[in-house]
Ligand binder design. Structure first.
Ligand code: MG
Length: 398
């Protein structure tokens, strides 16, 4: 007897033209019998969206940038006939609540996806979260909204996805700690004294992963690991001291869970985002992956080393913000984003990034936010404060 074909999962992809978007499209194209792209959005790349819309037959398209939205509306012939194009934050929120969508994957850079993510949860959609900044900024509110609507929140970030897979079927009480692996980024093997001179071009060459410029710089400073520790604390409801990281140059073990009895479970796969993305899109089902699995006919070395926090101060600063609680992690995130932007524009040296973040943290009083508006206002004022500290950090070289 043949089983009836399961209904395809309909996906809303916010951030379709970035690096996560690209991997997501490969996963969807690899499973046409199970997955269907329902809506796509990007910041400003309207012609990229038009190409995807034609390729996947998507009828709902969103552009965050108003100028790009206007250009797309002026070029209706680029999109399949009958395509609805929406714009701005309101447009992204509308797509996140699309009536016949099952899962919303948020992969827009930074915190732009926060309100669309909350809207998806409120509409009862499953939420696949790739933008870690959203939980760093507003983890308390996102997790509360997920609980209120009993929505499934699935982490796309490879380390958190690994932990999620290791924890399935295990009671939380048995966890001693989680261990996120860090590749060490572009400067892992560079002598510390060379770091003062590194350029944006040097920092955006990652040894293992192909990603956008912001996250690649965050990997080089290990701010990415700091943000991930904060993200993990919210996702898995852990104390700050239960969230740890270890250097693992091969990026094959994505994370480990240590249980109270000392047993460790790890999640392994090649360093391609298609693995965690497929896991969340098909969850709880499994199917053949779109990239080749690990090849055990060859020797695979796995190495783990402690992280030198003198060399990577952004990790220690992140840990301090977790202990401080309140809006400290949100200030860390905002100041880091401003500092990385300035570094990428050649306005400040690499080693000034932690200086900007520390100065910003020192200049804003911490508090426990009681609503989302307070967090958003704090985020804006932290960015202004960080921008004002750029000038004094321009000549940091030690
Ligand atoms: Mg990661």
């Amino acid at each position: 007897m043949t089983q009836p074909a399961p209904r395809k999962k309909r996906i809303v992809l916010l951030g379709a033209t970035g690096s996560i978007g690209e991997s997501t499209l490969r996963v969807i194209a690899g499973h046409p019998d199970r997955l269907e792209l329902a809506a796509i959005a990007a910041r400003e790349n309207w012609s990229g969206l038009a190409t995807i819309a034609r390729q996947f037959g998507v009828r709902h398209v969103g552009l965050f940038d108003e100028q790009a939205f206007a250009t797309a509306r002026a070029n209706p012939g680029s999109f399949p006939a009958g395509t609805r194009v929406v714009g701005g934050l309101a447009g992204l929120i509308e797509l996140a609540q699309l009536a016949d969508a099952d899962i919303v994957l948020v992969a827009v850079v930074g915190t732009t996806g926060l309100e669309p993510a909350l809207a998806a949860l409120a509409a009862g959609k499953d939420l696949a979260l790739a933008s870690k900044e959203i939980l760093v900024l507003a983890g308390k509110f996102v997790m509360a909204e997920a609980r209120r609507h009993r929505a499934k929140l699935l982490p796309v970030d490879s380390e958190h996805n690994g932990i999620y897979q290791c924890l399935e079927g295990h009671p939380r009480a048995g966890i001693r700690r989680i261990i996120l692996t860090a590749s060490g980024g572009a400067f892992r093997d560079r002598p510390a004294e060379h770091l003062a001179q590194v350029t944006p071009e040097d920092a955006t060459k990652h040894p293992n992963w192909a990603m956008g410029p912001k996250i690649t710089v965050d990997s080089a400073t290990l701010a990415n690991k700091g943000l991930e520790l904060i993200e993990a604390q919210w996702l898995f409801g852990l104390r700050p001291d239960q969230c740890t990281a270890v250097l693992h140059p091969q990026s094959i073990v994505h994370s480990l869970v240590e249980f109270t009895d000392g047993a460790l479970l790890a999640q392994l796969c090649p360093p391609s985002m298609t693995f965690p993305i497929q896991h969340v899109l098909l969850h709880p089902d499994r199917a053949a992956g779109v990239d080749a699995p690990l090849d055990f006919t060859r020797t695979i070395g796995l190495e783990f080393r402690p992280i030198d926090e003198q060399r990577f101060p952004m990790l220690g600063i992140a840990r301090a913000t977790m202990k401080a609680g309140g809006v400290a992690p949100a200030i860390y995130n905002a100041a880091n984003e401003v500092a990385v932007g300035a570094f990428l524009r050649n306005e400040i040296p690499f080693l000034a990034i932690p200086r900007v973040v520390e100065q910003t943290l020192g200049s804003i009083r911490n508090f426990e936010p009681t609503n989302l508006a307070a967090v958003l206002a704090l985020d804006a004022s932290a960015r202004r404060s960080a921008t004002s500290h750029l000038a004094t950090c321009r000549s940091v070289n030690a």
